[in-house]
Design a protein around this ligand. Structure first.
Ligand SMILES: N[C@@H](CC(=O)O)C(=O)NCC(=O)O
Length: 621
């Protein structure tokens, strides 16, 4: 198959073979990203021993950084390296970051006294922060490139196949996210270590690191099959320069003696192409509409922080399986995989049949409302938890009272997680004495075990050791989080999937990437808002913070619906064609030299008439 640029690519069932490598790459990369992110907040809390607020703040700073770097990636790819090389180089940076995270979580490295806790926490903090910075640079940098690189592989005659590719691409994102969010919490819950056994964060970060290496290798293997478009020049730079010129030119002509122009961007006409100005106007119109959007992400991204911390205070016993708090996040991709097809093939057509015009902006407004509703549900669940007063911690606190007159060494290994309850086995070691006993725990419970003075060589520890329950297990079930996950995911489908499509359809042909970067920027700002609101509000009760966020989004939702009401949908292709036709008509009549001459004369005439006009105004005044 020969694509639009004359590139001859191999095809399978009408699809370029190269996209197979891109789709697999995306699956592995998203596995790596979401797998690492799923356990991140618990790593901060239980490994680095940060409090909930610091853990939440650093988590959101990291997510914000991941969505700020796409601008950097887009600039590097468009103006310098091209998409292929940008993906390769930034994927290497990304993989190094993931490896740094895995190494930072090996407690044995600084556990000099071998008591199970790191002795030099600064080393672990610094290494993990460097790792997170590299990951943010890598994942954000490649984000606007991979999907666009996939789109580039199709010819103009393959519109249908390209659309299918983007759907499969989105499903791969959520497939990767779903699998990793199930697997990494399981790995994290294992015990591992050289000198002492601790929760295995190093493995939970190590597997995503390995998957990132796989993603890179798969992408490189496909190298010979890709169509690699040359960098088209820095469109983002051109846009900024043109806007800058319009502003400075407007400022230079700020005096009332100069006639105003229809749009402030028209002040760029003195130097820039009319088509470019028209395209920038379209982009600015959409960017203006983006202003309230970060608030949606402020709520949406808290499922990885506040909601995961909330789940640690709940009972994850689902009968046949025990769900880890960080595994609750899988509800989101599961619902995405089911809701997207249902919405597309049932709900939206049904609404259309009822004669309602459910425009993209209306869908996004409803999506915001649903996210606010999700936080109302989270607040109700939080009140339940607070009332139950059994929310100390998800981890079982265990202490031993030693009745013997010699020291006893106790170690433990837990059997996780596909059991109805958590069963912990303890190993006791004191001189010649060595025995083991097992106990079942409920989530959040705390026990004290008594080692009797009579314990000796050959004793049956299972029977001899008695225990007392200090804190009863968490009683509020994790299933209560399902409604809040349902509303936030339904909101995501209506808001995010529609928003992406809206941004694409309203963007001029050469600025689709600019608007994608703008869209991703709203996610970054949303995550910064979490930090600001949480810091400024400093509410004593978690449920009041949820209500505050729900109220803020509701207000923003009302503002957005008003803005949306005044928005008029455009067809960028038609507008661009109109401008090109005007230039084309000129081309038919004039040769290059003549046109240049005419332009010069026109400009001189304009300058003269402007001068006269201004002079005239001055005399009138
Ligand atoms: N629904 C999310 C994935 C998740 O949160 O598990 C999604 O589709 N995100 C888009 C992305 O590009 O990661």
């Amino acid at each position: 198959m020969v694509n639009k640029s004359g590139f001859n690519s191999k095809e399978v069932c009408g699809y370029p073979l190269s996209i197979f490598f891109i789709v697999v790459n995306e699956f592995c990369e998203r596995f790596s990203y979401y797998g690492m992110r799923a356990v991140l907040v618990l790593y901060f809390k239980y490994f680095l021993r940060w409090d909930d607020d610091l853990a939440t703040s650093i988590y959101h700073t990291f997510v914000a950084l991941c969505y700020l770097t796409p601008i950097l990636g887009a600039i590097v790819a468009d103006s310098w390296l091209g998409k292929f090389k940008t993906i390769i180089y930034l994927s290497i940076v990304y993989a190094i970051g993931q490896v740094a995270m895995a190494v930072s979580a090996i407690h044995d490295i600084t556990d000099t006294d071998r008591d199970g806790t790191p002795n030099n926490m600064t080393f672990h903090v610094v290494l993990s922060m460097v790792g997170l910075f590299l990951i943010a640079l890598g994942t954000g940098g490649i984000k606007p490139c991979v999907a666009a690189f996939g789109g580039d592989q199709f010819g103009d005659h393959q519109e249908r196949q390209r659309r299918t590719f983007f759907s499969v691409f989105y499903l791969c994102i959520n497939g990767g996210s779903l699998l990793s969010t199930i697997i990494t919490p399981i790995l994290r819950a294992q015990n591992c270590g050289i000198y002492s056994k601790q929760k295995c964060y190093s493995l939970a970060f190590g597997v995503p690191a390995a998957l990132m290496v796989v993603a890179l290798v798969v992408f490189i293997v496909g190298s010979g099959m890709y169509y690699k478009a040359k960098p088209e020049g820095n469109i983002m730079g051109d846009v900024c320069k043109c806007i800058g010129f319009a502003i400075s030119n407007r400022y230079k002509h700020r005096s009332k003696q100069y006639p105003s122009r229809e749009h402030w961007m028209d002040w760029a006409e003195d130097k820039y192409d009319k088509l470019l100005i028209a395209q920038i106007k379209m982009v600015l119109k959409v960017l203006f509409l983006y202003i309230p959007l970060p608030m949606f992400w402020t709520l949406f991204d808290q499922k990885g922080s506040r909601w995961t911390l909330q789940a640690t205070t709940m009972d994850g016993n689902f009968g046949a399986i025990v769900i880890q708090p960080d595994q609750m996040q899988t509800v989101n991709p599961i619902l995405i995989l089911t809701l997207v097809p249902i919405m597309d093939s049932v709900i939206y057509p049904l609404i259309k049949k009822c004669g309602l015009n459910f425009t993209p902006l209306k869908r996004m407004t409803v999506g915001m409302f649903l996210a606010a509703l999700a936080f109302v549900c989270a607040a109700v669940v939080q009140i339940e938890i607070d009332v139950s007063r059994k929310h100390l911690t998800y981890f079982n606190l265990t202490q031993f009272v030693n009745g013997m007159n010699k020291p006893v060494n106790v170690s433990t290994s837990e059997i996780f997680p596909f059991l109805i309850i958590i069963r912990a086995t303890f190993f006791l070691q004191s001189g010649q004495l060595s025995c083991a006993f097992s106990r079942d725990f409920g989530f959040g419970s705390s026990y004290t075990f008594f080692i009797p003075s009579t314990l000796s060589l050959g004793s049956n520890c299972q029977e001899s050791i008695t225990g007392a329950e200090d804190i009863k297990p968490n009683s509020v079930h994790m299933a209560l989080q399902v409604p809040q996950y349902f509303f936030i995911t339904a909101g995501e489908v209506m808001f995010s999937v529609t928003g992406l499509e809206f941004s694409y359809s309203q963007a001029p042909s050469n600025m689709k990437a600019v608007l994608q970067a703008g869209w991703l920027l709203t996610v970054a700002i949303g995550n910064f808002i979490v930090l600001i609101v949480a810091e400024v509000a400093k509410l004593p009760k978690q449920w009041t913070e949820y209500v505050l966020f729900a109220s803020l989004l509701l207000c923003v939702c009302i503002i957005f619906s008003i803005m949306a009401y005044f928005y008029t949908y455009i067809d960028p292709t038609e507008i661009e064609a109109k401008f090109r036709r005007n230039v084309g008509d000129d081309d038919d009549d004039k040769n290059d030299k003549q046109r240049k001459l005419e332009m010069e004369m026109m400009k001189r005439d304009l300058d003269r008439s402007d001068d006269e006009h201004y002079k005239g105004k001055q005399t009138k005044m």
